[in-house]
Design a protein around this ligand. Sequence first.
Ligand code: SAH
Length: 240
Amino acid sequence: MTAKVRLFVEHPLGAGQPVPLTREQAHYLFSVMRLGAGDAVALFNGADGEWHAEISEAGKRGGMALCDTQTRAQTMPPDLWLLFAPIKKARTDFIVEKAVELGVSRILPVQTQFTNSERIRQDRLQAHALEAAEQCGACFVPEVAELVRLDRLLAEWPGERGLLFCDEAEAGSRSSALAGVLAPAAILVGPEGGFSDAERTRLRAMAQTRVIALGPRILRADTAAVAALALWQAENGDWT
Ligand code: SAH
């Protein structure tokens, strides 16, 4: 039987391996999805690929699933980070979800000079990333980092990591300059207010930076994130 539900678990997976289910997972599987003992579930843990498992115990507060066969080998997304300035809640959620689907290794909310929100709910965003991985078939859940100030992040920027700076001031310039920027890399998208001149100067002075134009129109930050990720993936990532 093929599994209708895919779950991320924090437990080793392998042939014959029993996997305990948490209270939340039990609630979801048994109360929401109405599954029970004998039903199939797909499990992944970010390291051992995806496994077909059979529910062996279904309780109110927990349960157990027994792995039988591996259904997908472990694959990792390219070493691509997404740096974005948090915007309104629903749009921030969208950015996290789409980043996981399109394929990133890490998601870093950054506070820029014109960022409106000074707080994020990291745990909520991480839960969104997990759900997105469960539904899109990925075997890996990218980490969502705590909010960090852009200037702090740049001060410690790893020498080998390319920085794709999506600059709205470049709208309309012809080159998207994404070709050949291999992993490790990071895409940086600004807030609704865009980047300040000081930030622009700082970013442009860094050897790792490539300035990216995303067409002739000004995109909203969530659109810009999706467009840049898709372009990078198609040129340099795991879509090819
Ligand atoms: N308020 C700003 C626009 C910000 S758009 C202004 O009117 O100038 C939000 C973010 O999306 C930008 O900071 C940039 O990272 C990205 N972005 C939007 N359109 C873009 C484009 N055409 N080229 C490159 N980046 C773009």
